[in-house]
Ligand binder design. Structure first.
Ligand SMILES: *Cc1c(COP(=O)(O)O)cnc(C)c1O
Length: 374
């Protein structure tokens, strides 16, 4: 079975992890700062704080921005659930807005129409590694006095039309390092901090509310254990060293898919880069023709040795969000249409040309067989 994802971990990762293991410093050791500096310099930003997951990064970022129970934050319903959950952790409410049909990112016009007097922030997601329209969102934030947190967990290496790396526009921005991401630390994440003040708060809150100079059992604020251990940081350090290569490999596989699937006219493939924005390839998600039985497609792909999955479900239609906030079908038609038809194919940097051909052939065969059966 060709799996959906596979981390690219090599001899350098093994070397640094084993060195760290042998050093006896497994947490709060030197690797943490080394990983943070390496990542910050790769992104060309001043400060990065590493944390235990992308979700932890989001949670600390909305707290640092200022969020109170009952307040609202505009965000996309077409995302991984963590980008909405981080507000719910604080008793606040995600104010979902529909997405742009091409980029699948938050539609700035919909966001503008939705902002109300309870809204305090914008939390755009760079979905599938494609840059969100930050220029329009920054204008909206400026006009309405809103903060911005960027969920860049799927977009390490993406670049905006103006040349700024995604996550490096001076807002709080989060990255995630789960094994299917462009860079992995096992579990892990990071926050790009726009100022030393924000970084100090985040560094304290990830470490149980301790100030850097306080004793182990002194806590001057509410904190969490969102620390990233040194073994994970060692893994991350090796991955940053190889990051350009890792990203280039993924882009190569994406272009192979583009060629192999280009003839299947009924499929909608991931949007091409436009206007100078550059995607960082995180997943390869296409949209099946309306009316296709997606479960049947997945089952038949599996019979042919190809894994696939729906990606992503609309957040507002998850059971928890329906029950807590009363969401229903029909609220965000673009998002719901995309979510109902999207299918992720196996995607990772070491996927071979032959495997890509096998996936494309299987998909073509399955779609033909299904359309004949109708
Ligand atoms: C991966 C991801 C996260 C963070 O996930 P963790 O598993 O907590 O690291 C957040 N938002 C999006 C959009 C993601 O894809």
């Amino acid at each position: 079975m060709i799996p959906l994802a596979r981390p690219d971990v090599g001899p350098r990762e093994r070397e640094l992890v084993l060195e760290t293991l042998d050093s006896g410093r497994l947490a709060l050791g030197p690797r943490l700062g080394e990983f943070e500096s390496a990542l910050a310099s790769w992104l060309a930003v001043d400060r990065v704080s590493a944390v235990s997951s992308g979700t932890a990064a989001l949670h600390l970022s909305v707290r640092a921005s200022g969020i109170e129970p009952g307040e609202r934050v505009v965000t996309s319903p077409f995302s991984f659930v963590a980008s909405a959950n981080c507000m719910v952790y604080e008793g606040a409410e995600p104010l979902f807005c529909d997405i742009d049909a091409r980029t699948l990112n938050l539609d700035p016009a919909a966001a503008q129409a939705a902002v109300d007097e309870r809204t305090v922030g914008l939390l755009p997601v760079h979905i599938f590694g494609y840059p969100a329209d930050m220029t329009a969102l920054e204008r909206l934030a400026g006009d309405r006095g809103l903060w911005i947190v960027e969920d860049a967990c799927e977009a390490l290496g993406a670049v905006h039309a103006d040349g700024a790396p995604v996550g490096a526009r001076g807002h709080l921005a989060t990255f995630g390092f789960y094994p299917n991401k462009q860079l992995t630390t096992g579990e892990g994440g990071a926050v790009v901090c726009p100022s030393q003040e924000v970084a100090s708060r985040i560094d304290s809150e990830r470490n149980q509310g301790r100030a850097p100079d306080m004793g182990w059992l002194d806590h001057d604020r509410l904190g969490f254990n969102y620390r990233l251990d040194d073994l994970s940081c060692a893994l991350g350090l090796a991955q940053v060293e190889r990051l350009d290569r890792l990203l280039a490999d993924r882009a190569r596989v994406a272009s192979l898919y583009g060629e192999a699937l280009g003839d299947l006219e009924e499929l909608e493939l991931p949007c091409a880069d436009e206007g100078g924005d550059r995607r960082s390839w995180f997943v390869y998600v296409l949209q099946l023709p309306r009316g296709t039985d997606r479960d049947a497609v997945m089952m038949k792909l599996r019979e042919r040795g190809v894994d696939s999955k729906p990606y992503l479900p609309a957040i507002h239609l998850n059971a928890f969000y329906r029950e807590r906030f009363g969401h229903r079908e029909g609220e965000f038609p673009v998002c719901e249409d995309v979510a109902a038809r999207s299918l992720a194919l196996p995607f990772f940097g070491s996927l071979s040309e032959g495997e890509v051909a096998q996936v494309a052939e299987a998909l073509g065969g399955v779609l033909t067989a299904l359309s004949r059966a109708v």
